[in-house]
Design a protein around this ligand. Structure first.
Ligand code: ZN
Ligand code: ZN
Length: 99
């Protein structure tokens, strides 16, 4: 068993995506089209800055506030404390903030 010594001062509040298991510092709001069911972020909307569906150009409703910018799967990311080491995020499980 490897013990990792973590300085708590280095821990940051980040967002963990349960779908692709990526950690992001900046979650995005995701929208779901009521017409066709497409899930998208503002960046991928019809005009790149709104909540207009990129497929049918209708106004979509907000699905989740803290979505993953990597997979945009529509799962709410979990707020966790993590430290970055060698380019990898180590999530501090005991400090998971339950929402
Ligand atoms: Zn993801
Ligand atoms: Zn649509």
């Amino acid at each position: 068993m490897v013990a990792i010594k973590i300085s708590m001062g280095a821990a940051e509040k980040v967002w963990y995506c349960p779908t692709c298991e990526e950690v992001t510092k900046e979650p995005v709001a995701l929208y779901q089209c009521n017409e066709c069911g497409t899930t998208f972020s503002r960046e991928n909307s019809a005009d790149g800055k709104s909540q207009m569906c990129p497929d049918c150009n209708k106004v979509a409703s907000e699905l989740i506030a803290h979505g993953c910018p990597d997979c945009e799967e529509g799962d709410e990311c979990e707020e966790v404390m993590a430290v970055e080491a060698d380019g990898e995020w180590i999530i501090i499980k005991d400090m998971v903030l339950v929402q």
